[in-house]
Design a protein around this ligand. Structure first.
Ligand code: PGA
Length: 273
């Protein structure tokens, strides 16, 4: 476990230039997002191979949204090329909307199924999502069980993350405590606005979700954050430069001992790099 940083260094160093900001924060600005996607997929592949060689599972924390799709496409490509076996992989997703059936077109379970799970040999029992369709008391117990399942798996080796434009991390919206754990949350108006197009064809959009907490996320041994496009430039600057605190959950990334932030030039435009 202690050698994780070594294991995760890309087999082929990316052409991007790491920018020094804070000691444990490595920021890579790439010309094309595909470079970041390939680098992260190869980190994941290296982790899986290294764990499997020791007879162990690799525990991945996965994110949904437009940001990580290219990483998943690259993982599928590696799998189809015979270079990546998911038999010893276990996954924990960050979050899920409340009240959606697993096969709802906008559910994160369906997104993951279509983008990755149905395309690789990940055993069905190895896939975990936060509980999202239970009555309050059962939900609370299931949230604790989700935390326990992560612990029982040995903790998350590598957590993929996108950045919400309002600074949320998973669905930890502004105001979320550093100590927060997996729980039911109300979606911030800005988040509801961002996801509205996805639900436009349906009767109503969810107002709540269940998300891993900030403490849960920050316990992952490695955080790998992606942000692409001009719409992320302001939040990237804020997350990297503004004071660390609950009003800006993404700022807590800077407190983690092993975090890489992968940006294209548009997303990095306001960082002064
Ligand atoms: P996106 O969402 O990848 O769809 O931009 C990121 C997020 O809200 O965390």
């Amino acid at each position: 476990m202690a050698k994780l940083a070594t294991v995760l260094s890309s087999p082929m160093p990316p052409r991007s230039r790491p920018i020094a900001t804070e000691p444990h924060l490595r920021i890579h600005v790439v010309a094309e997002r595909e470079e970041a996607e390939r680098a992260l997929a190869s980190q994941i592949a290296a982790l899986v191979v290294e764990r499997a060689a020791r007879g162990e599972h690799a525990i991945l924390g996965l994110a949904t949204g437009g940001t990580p799709v290219g990483v998943y496409a690259e993982l599928v490509r590696l799998h189809r090329a015979g270079e990546l076996d998911f038999a010893r992989v276990e996954t924990f997703n960050l979050d899920e909307y409340e009240g959606l059936a697993a096969d709802h077109p906008a559910s994160f379970r369906r997104f993951m199924h279509e983008t990755l799970f149905a395309r690789v040999n990940l055993p069905a029992g190895a896939i975990h999502f936060p509980p999202a369709d239970l009555e309050p008391r059962a939900l609370e117990r299931a949230c604790s069980a989700y935390e326990e399942a992560i612990r029982a798996a040995g903790g998350i080796d590598l957590q993929l993350l996108g950045l919400g434009r309002n600074g949320h991390l998973a669905f930890n919206e502004p105001g979320s405590a550093r100590e927060s754990r997996t729980r039911r949350v109300e979606l911030h108006p800005a988040t509801r606005e961002d996801v509205a197009p996805i639900f436009a064809a349906h009767r109503s959009a969810p107002t709540h979700a269940v998300t891993m907490g900030l403490a849960t996320i920050l316990e992952a041994r490695a955080l790998r954050v992606l942000a692409f496009g001009a719409s992320k430039a302001a939040i990237v600057r804020r997350a990297l430069r503004e004071p660390i605190g609950p009003e800006l959950p993404a700022s807590y990334l800077r407190t983690h001992p092993d975090v890489e932030v992968w940006l294209d030039r548009a997303a990095a435009a306001e960082t002064g790099q």
